[in-house]
Write a protein that binds this ligand. Structure first.
Ligand code: AHM
Ligand code: MG
Length: 336
């Protein structure tokens, strides 16, 4: 709850609008309005997540997504919430959702100049036990002279104009960049607004925590095997790193943003391109991490320079504190 003695709250909408006016003199306010639709989606999903077990929405729906994974009812609902909020914002031309095989092209009469790529409810294996899950989104502007086509989203992440995620855990925090740093806003459920709580997030240049699915060790390449070994058995006087792995990218990345360290989902002999999707998982997180002073790589290339071949393409990813990510890059260079 917001402090009742504070009557001049900085809401997300107010903050973004001020920022747009300051930095982009020609700003039309359209991005602010689009972000209002995204906030509505996040609030609506947060409310559904909180009520999920009460109103029996957990459990399997009778459908699976294109990756062949079982889809939970909450995934379906979260997807519908975002598609509806974005379509009716009149600011979107193209949508790409993890839950939809094809991109969605908004009807001409509702079409705007932005493209939104999103994972409406990431970390779905954690839903039934109440562990943090989240929404991830990235925003492109349609290219000049385009009415909105697939080429508007099959672009490097460096061309995104905004990206963010929202956590659904003990509280809901929306972390956002519009290319001028990173800010976090926590949902005050009583007044229904995201309030600025984490201004100008900066990732520590080195951390003490690594996050990876250690159960995949058997399948790792030599660079990963040697890197993670170096974290656990460092040369004195260095101390071993702590391991933390929620298995929800939003929760693991949020901790990395605030405490530092490294989050990894490598490629391995079982998953040749890694697991995480470039457009709506890797790019938004890489954009946020770089804007917070950190670094994000595939191991061999800057994450944001990757050119996705398809809307659901995957990539290995390592992101977090600058020096920690530089270490894994050095291990990959040594194995080249
Ligand atoms: P999802 O989109 O099906 O929820 O999968 C993505 C999730 C990420 O949140 C998380 O980082 C990763 O999958 C965990 O995968 P694993 O269980 O293989 O460690
Ligand atoms: Mg996902």
């Amino acid at each position: 709850m917001s402090d009742p003695s504070k009557t001049n709250l900085i809401t997300l909408t107010r903050h973004v609008f001020q920022d747009q006016v300051e930095h982009y003199k020609e700003a039309s306010g359209d991005l602010t309005l689009l972000l209002t639709a995204i906030q509505l989606g996040c609030k609506f999903v947060a409310s559904n997540v909180r009520k999920a077990s009460l109103i029996s929405m957990t459990g399997l729906a009778n459908s699976s997504n294109i990756q062949g994974e079982e889809q939970k009812k909450l995934d379906v609902i979260a997807n519908e919430i975002f598609v509806n909020a974005l379509r009716s914002s009149n600011k979107v031309a193209v949508m790409v959702s993890e839950e939809d095989e094809e991109a969605i092209f908004v009807e001409t009469q509702y079409r705007g100049k932005y493209c939104v790529v999103f994972d409406p409810l990431d970390g779905s294996s954690n839903i039934d036990c109440g562990v943090s899950i989240g929404t991830i989104f990235g925003i492109y502007k349609v290219r000049d002279d385009s009415e909105g086509e697939i080429a508007d989203v099959l672009r490097p992440g460096s061309e995104m104009v905004a990206a963010g995620y929202c956590t659904y855990g003990s509280c809901s925090t929306l972390v956002l960049t519009t290319g001028k740093g990173v800010n976090g806003y926590t949902l005050d459920t009583e007044i229904g607004e995201f309030i600025l709580t984490h201004p100008n997030i900066q990732i520590p240049s080195r951390g003490k925590i690594y996050a990876v699915n250690e159960g995949n060790s058997k399948y790792w390449d030599a660079a990963c095997t040697k890197y993670f070994h170096s974290l656990k058995f460092p040369v004195e006087p260095k101390k071993p790193y702590s391991a933390r792995y929620v298995g929800s990218m939003v929760a693991d990345v949020h901790r990395t943003m605030l405490y530092g360290g490294i989050f990894c989902y490598p490629a391995d002999s079982k998953s040749k391109n890694g697991k995480l999707r470039i457009l709506y998982e890797c790019f938004p997180m890489a954009f946020l991490v770089e804007q917070a002073g950190g670094r994000a790589t595939t191991g061999r290339k800057r994450m944001l320079d990757v050119h996705p071949e398809t809307i659901h393409s995957r990539s290995p990813i390592f992101l977090g504190s600058k020096e920690d990510v530089e270490d894994i890059e050095a291990f990959y260079r040594a194995e080249a």
